[in-house]
Design a protein around this ligand. Structure first.
Ligand SMILES: Cc1cc2nc3c(=O)[nH]c(=O)nc-3n(C[C@H](O)[C@H](O)[C@H](O)COP(=O)(O)OP(=O)(O)OC[C@H]3O[C@@H](n4cnc5c(N)ncnc54)[C@H](O)[C@@H]3O)c2cc1C
Ligand code: SF4
Ligand code: SF4
Length: 407
């Protein structure tokens, strides 16, 4: 075939010049302006994203996209489970976030199944501390990427360093916390290296062939999809904070701390942090970090009744939250929404008041240690996950409960 080709790592777009009639349909539909008809034949440009939109639209079937299958030998070159050890500033220090410890507990399980090493990749400047605790939480190796330009997160710098590290180390699995920065970094790295990525996984496992099974809600949360990346390595996934519990700290564990040589120039970083502004929720701790969460649903009936939810949370020393139904009614801000399109919580105690227990809500709270549900419908699905269920009118039960707790 005498063709026009664009080759990006594992994917190749080809235009069969003998079939192309120069009809310009591809030129019109390409969302990126990346294909142009010149001298009556289509020519593909470097800005083609290989999105594939033009392929089925070509009436002459002249465009094809071929995905190179990774061979068994190439697959074997990739080994090890890697975790992005995202850090946060605490005073003068940069220390790993809680989500890293949650990922380590899963990463340990996966790497044991694969009989491979578990490594944590930590990016930061000279303020990096607390790396030993990563070993105590299950890592075999910490890879420290230290550079003055890595003191604060910038997508460009972090993408460059993580991509370079993947190219050198060739891990089989790479996990990121689905934090705001993790959601920015993981897709950038995946796009740069032409890899698959599964976002917001709620379950991870290894199948009999050693592939990572990435489970996440799909189709509006109505089914749980199990996704495998058969043809690209590393297999990349993000996991929300609070989905998994951190493992036990074992200070007797031994591991290595290695340095990865970082090559970065200020010219490569086009974004600048001008100022940081704290968005304050009247000093209340965020629902993701709270140990006790009292959540309200549509069963609370009136906005004024949320006062009872607040009183119960205050009596227990917890915070209030709610279902999406109440956020849509504008009774609660989105920062208080628990669930698939809100936040994931992992408290010691979760009290669901007048919440039916739709799957989209459950994925955001089912890792809570103890779940108490108050609902007047004995068949409400929330009772399937509750440790303790109270069937009755919440507006009658709450005042009694608050009175008892205050005593
Ligand atoms: C793509 C997508 C994403 C979504 N994301 C989320 C999400 O992130 N979070 C989320 O919560 N939802 C989400 N939803 C919506 C979800 O499907 C449900 O519609 C929602 O969770 C229902 O909220 P609810 O339980 O408060 O209300 P309802 O389902 O209306 O349930 C109210 C419950 O209150 C009980 N009740 C009524 N009166 C009383 C009373 N007096 N005392 C005690 N109990 C009473 C009823 O028996 C009922 O069980 C999403 C949906 C989609 C399609
Ligand atoms: S749509 Fe097909 S036939 Fe038409 S110009 Fe593009 S490649 Fe050629
Ligand atoms: S694959 Fe997508 S970006 Fe590339 S030419 Fe076709 S439509 Fe345009």
């Amino acid at each position: 075939m005498n063709g026009e080709r664009l080759h990006l790592k594992n994917i190749m777009l080809t235009i069969d010049l003998e079939k192309c009639t120069g009809c310009k349909i591809c030129e019109k539909i390409c969302p990126f302006g990346a294909i142009a008809v010149v001298d009556k034949v289509a020519q593909v440009q470097d800005n083609c994203t290989l999105c594939g939109a033009c392929v089925p639209r070509c009436p002459a079937e002249a465009i094809s996209i071929e995905r190179k299958r990774i061979s068994e030998e190439e697959l074997r070159l990739f080994s090890g489970v890697f975790i992005w050890g995202e850090c946060e500033e605490k005073g003068e220090k940069l220390i790993p976030k809680k989500v890293v410890k949650e990922l380590l507990s899963q990463g340990r399980r996966l790497s044991d199944k694969l009989c491979q090493e578990l490594s944590v990749v930590v990016l930061g400047d000279g303020r990096l501390t607390g790396l030993d605790t990563l070993i105590a939480h299950g890592a075999d190796r910490v890879i420290r990427c230290q550079h003055e330009l890595l003191g604060r997160f910038t997508t460009e710098a972090f993408t460059s360093v993580v991509s370079a590290l993947i190219s050198k180390e060739k891990p089989s699995v790479f996990l990121f916390g689905a934090t705001p920065h993790g959601r920015e970094l993981a897709p950038r790295v995946a796009a740069r290296l032409q890899l698959g990525l599964t976002a917001d996984c709620t379950g991870l496992d290894i199948d009999e062939k050693g592939h990572l099974i990435q489970t996440r809600p799909a189709f509006g949360g109505n089914i749980m999809a199990s996704i495998v990346s058969l043809y690209t390595r590393p297999q990349m996934a993000t996991v929300r904070p609070n989905v998994f519990h951190p493992g036990e700290l074992d200070t007797s564990r031994r591991g290595e701390i290695d340095d990865f040589e970082v090559a970065l120039s200020p010219a490569a970083i086009r974004t600048k942090l001008v100022a940081l502004e704290q968005i304050d929720d009247e000093g209340e701790i965020g629902i993701e970090d709270a140990d006790i969460v009292v959540a309200a649903g549509r069963g609370c009936q009136k906005k004024e009744n949320l006062q009872l939810i607040q009183e119960l949370a205050d009596a227990l020393g917890g915070v209030t939250a709610g279902s999406r139904a109440l956020v849509e009614l504008d009774w609660l801000p989105h920062t208080k929404q628990v669930g698939q399109s809100g936040l994931t919580v992992g408290p010691q105690l979760y009290i669901a008041v007048g919440i039916s227990g739709a799957i989209q809500h459950l994925v955001g709270m089912s890792s809570a240690k103890t779940i108490v549900a108050i609902n007047k419908d004995p068949d409400a699905p929330i009772f399937n996950v509750a440790d303790l269920g109270v069937v009755g009118d919440a507006m009658e039960i709450l005042p009694l409960l608050i009175r008892e707790l205050r005593k």
